[in-house]
Design a protein around this ligand. Sequence first.
Ligand SMILES: [Zn+2]
Length: 379
Amino acid sequence: MRFRCSLCQQHYPLHTREWRCSRCQSPFELDQSFAFKRSKIDKRVTTLWRYRAMLPELKEKNIVSLGEGWTPLVEAVIEGRRILCKLDYFSPTGSFKDRGTTVLVSFLKELGIETVVEDSSGNAAASLASYCARAGIKTKIFAPADASPAKLAQIKIFGAELCPIEGPREKSAKAAQAVAKEFYYASHVYNPIWLEGIKTYAYELWEQLDGKAPDAMVAPAGHGSLVRGAYKGFAELQSAGLIKRIPRLYAVQAEIVAPLYKAWTKKLDQLQDYWRHNLVDLLPGQTFSTIAEGIAVSRPPHWAKILHFIRDTGGSVVTVSDKEILRARNAMAHQGLFIEPSSAAAIAGLSKLKDQIKPRDLVVVLLTGSGLKSSTILS
Ligand SMILES: [Zn+2]
């Protein structure tokens, strides 16, 4: 198995310290996919490691697990519609990122990495800090200075070195990338091993729905890893002949930071040379403020792939305002589910999808982060 540039196809060994293609700066992907086999699920294991046979090969002693995955699937009713919610905030650090982190940190342990650097709006960094503490790996985190205080505190409690960066989320990324020659860049955005963990939520849904896939999946999207992970996981199930089609994938963005939505409405992904377009012109010189800080990403590197997956499945991209997000957050709280605003964005998106989701569709919404992480609890 090797990394491969998603654009020019150049190969790199798994132990490379490059974090994206040195020739064309495009993100890596894995050069191999995994054959899903029902008989290979280890049903004694109640974490995502039950799918170990469908994950990159790792020695048992290097697996760093804190009990992540196999999260509950519960019903909720939004504007009269019954939906199923995948409670991925039932994760060791309170967010779905633990799925990717457990696989990535296990991989880093296998490589013998001693210090890592990462940037994040909060959840990915808190997750990495936790798993690295467990693995005995030193962690240096660059995060926006105005990230949720609860998330910043969470990063620190695990003993990570926290470097707050003023300005938009992208500045934290640049700061981390500037020291990526010195330390391993354990990026949840760029490292394809991380995505292997995320795809397991598709496997879980298939098991929890008695061997079915939902008709539609709705997820918040910043870097779009849930869309990419869902597509990968369901595509593997489809290749194994276990589902007929990949669910329609719907991505929900915050109105004020919506590059995927803008690219979608301009059909940029359908241009012949779409992958050469960057998203710089879509959001010129803005500073952003949204309560959905977890998805406030102005230039997601995988944007073209994300839109391709959404189009391929018959889904779409919609946006929601902060007011709509808070209303959705409260509607969920009134049903006993306390989620952070970035998660509530997906719930708010449902009302924008009324003409695209049919009444009989089986709809699953991914609830990504706990409300306890939010700094807008009383809004
Ligand atoms: Zn390349």
